[in-house]
Design a protein around this ligand. Sequence first.
Ligand code: CP
Length: 354
Amino acid sequence: MPYLDEKFAEFEHLPNEEKIKRFARNGRLYDMIISQQLTRQILEDIYQLTNKLRQVSKSKAGSVFLQGLLCHKRAMLYFTQPSSRTYLSFENACHILGMRTTEIRDPRVSSEVKGESFDDSLRTFSSYTDLIIMRHVGANMAERAAWLLNTYSNRPVPVINGGSGNDQHPTQAILDVYTLQRSFENEGGLDGKTILMCGDLKRGRTVRSLSYLMKNFEGVRIIFAAPEPFQMKEDVLDFLERQGIPYTLETRALQNVLPEAHAIYMTRIQDEHDEVVGESSRVDTSKFKLGLVDMPMIKSSAIIMHPFPRRDEIEVTIDPDPRAIYWRQERNGMWTRAALIAYIFHADEEIMNY
Ligand code: CP
C-alpha cells in the first residue's frame, strides 16, 4: 500500500472524538469536515454571526467593512463534483468577506489528469491559498485533505467539506438547522420538534449530516420515510440510539406520517451513486412524493424543506404555499457559510462589535 494511504488508513480508524480534536486549533473549529464536530455552542455562535452579517451587509458602509475583514486571504474552491448552490453560495460568501477566490471545477483541467496524486494536488492548492473548500465524489476525501495538510504540510490551511460522496454535507446541515431555528423561533426553536426526512436517505449526504446535528437539540424526534432499499443506514441509526434520539422508520408511504411532522425535509433519489446503472429506477418511489393533494394533511405551522436540486418529489404547485420554505433555505446557505468562514478565521468578534 502506498505510504500515505497506509498512514491515512491509521487516521481513518481513529474514533471520531479523536479526529474532532485534530480538526480543531486551540479548542476552536478549524477544519469543517463532519457534522459531529459541531456543538450547540458553535452552532449558536455561527447563527448569531449569520444574523449580524445579514444586518451589517444591508448598508454600503457595512458591506465595505465586511469586505475589509478577510481581504488578505484567498480561498480555493475545489469542486470536482457538480454543484450550483454550494459552489455559488461559498464563492459569494467569500466575496462578502473580501476574500479572493480561485477554482477547479472540472477534474480534466487539474494536473491530476497527468497523474498527480490527490495529496500532491491538495498541497499545491495550499501553497497558493488560505482556505480550501472542496466537494469530492470520494466519501472520505475532505477528511483526507484535512488530515494531510495538518500532518504533512508546512503550510496547513483549513479545509471545509462542501459535500463528500454519499457521506456528509456538514455546511448544508448548518444552513438547514439555521432555517429550522429561525422558522420555529416563536415556538421554542428546533427543540421538541418532529423532523420527517424523506427520499433517498441511504445515500443522501444532507440527511445524514442533518441527523448527526440533532445531537445538539432536546426532545427532537426523527421520522425516516423511504422505501426499504433507500432507508437510513445503520451507522446513523446507531449514532441516534447512542445519543438517545428517538426515530421511526416508515417504509410504506410518506402520507402515513405527514400529519406528525413539524418539518418535512424532502430529498431526491441520488442515482449518481448507483453501483449498477439503472438500479435506482427499479425501486418504486411513487409513495414518497409530496403533492398539492397532500397539503391539507400537513400541520398549518409545519415547514417544507429541500436541499435541492429537486426532481419530481415535490410538485412545483406547492411552491406558493407559505409552508414551502426551500428558496429561503437556499438563500440562508450563503449567509451561514460566510459566518462559518468568518468564524474559522476569527473575524467573528470584529463583526459582532460592528
Ligand atoms: N444542496 C446542494 O448541495 O446543492 P448543490 O449540489 O447544487 O450544491
